[in-house]
Structures are given as C-alpha cells and as structure tokens.
Write a protein that binds this ligand. Sequence first.
Ligand code: GSH
Length: 214
Amino acid sequence: MKLYTYFRSSAAYRVRIALNLKGLQYDAIPVHLLRGGGEQLQEQYRSINPSGLVPAFQDDYITLTQSMAILEYLEDAYPQTPIMPKDATERAHVRELAQIIACDIHPVNNLRVLRYLVQELGISEEKKNEWYRHWLVGGLEVLEKHLARDPAAGPLCHGRTPTIADCCLVPQVFNAQRHGIDVSVYPNIARINAQCVEIPAFIAAHPSNQPDAE
Ligand SMILES: N[C@@H](CCC(=O)N[C@@H](CS)C(=O)NCC(=O)O)C(=O)O
C-alpha cells in the first residue's frame, strides 16, 4: 500500500488515522504542497491524481483519490477494527458528521482556494484569513450543535470507538488550532478531540510524527 501524503494535509491525516486504526502498513510517499510551486501540481503526480490534491492511495491494482472514498474502501476491504457502525441509520449519521467537515468546511479553505483569492482576485492576507476563519468557525458551530443533540455521541463522535467522523474531526481541529482558533468554546468537539489524541493510531498519524514533517 502507498499513501501519497503531506504531513500537514488534513485530508491525508484522515487516511493515516484510518490506516493506523486498522493496523495496515503502508509506504508514505511525500508530496510537498509548497515546494517548487507545489509538487501536487506537477505532471508526475497528476498522472496519479489528476485533481492535483493529496492524498492519493494505491493498493494492489487500485488507485484511489478522495479521502472519504479511501476511508470507505479501507472499511470495505479491511473490515478488521471497523470504523463505521453496522446499522444503516448509524452509518448514515456518522457520514453526516464526517461530511460536515469534509464537504462543508474543508473544501472552501483549501490551499488552492486561498491562493486563488489572493493571487487571482487580489484579496488581502487579512481578508483571506477572515474568509478562512468564517467558514471554519461556522462549520465547527454546526458540528457542535449536531454532537450536542445526538444521544449516540459518546466519548467519541459516535459511541466509544473511532469512526470516520473522528478521522475527520481531529485533523480539522488541528487546522483550527494552527490558525489560532480556540476550540474549547465547542465543548463536545473539544472533549472528543482530547479523547482521540490519546489513542496511539491518532498519535502516529499526527503531522509532527510524519517522516516529511518540518
Ligand atoms: N476532497 C479531497 C480534498 C483533498 C485536498 O484538498 N487536499 C489538500 C490538502 S488537505 C491539497 O492537496 N491541497 C493542495 C492545493 O490546494 O493545491 C479529499 O478529501 O481527498
């Protein structure tokens, strides 16, 4: 198995957590998002992932992009240590939580979007940071409301064992903290994150523990 990854990429971080939870060994192939204008945009990497984003994942004869598709593939192909509940309604619910992050928060704050705002639309660094904060804080507020009203939310997003929702939450909180956003104002998010970051699979997936960490 190969994972094309960047230590600080939150989408790759999701996949690293899932691989670790399932005890799967993989080769980490670093793709530097900033060096030389971005290795993710070079032809060599685009032949693997045409969208020029990390992660990309290879297993036997399959090449997959999109972190959420990779997480679901891992769950289907390697059912040991499940990261999804079995029940259909619970599964849908876990996907709902994960997608608040992966579909509603993350894409509008991606590097290429922020670059476009500054380089093509001429937005100042200050306005760019305001944009980032606006979508992140708004999304965390929504996620917090879901977790607060959900009887299935336990020590983790759904009960006691990590799911794909936790695989998404922890990297997003890492990003928020890196940008100086205080997540303690979201008690459920803060509590779940605090539990997760003690789990060895999450620790090993942390950006600072990656071979390409700077
Ligand atoms: N929907 C994709 C998003 C992947 C993505 O946005 N990756 C970011 C890093 S977290 C990236 O490669 N950014 C590089 C860029 O924007 O040029 C997924 O979930 O895999």
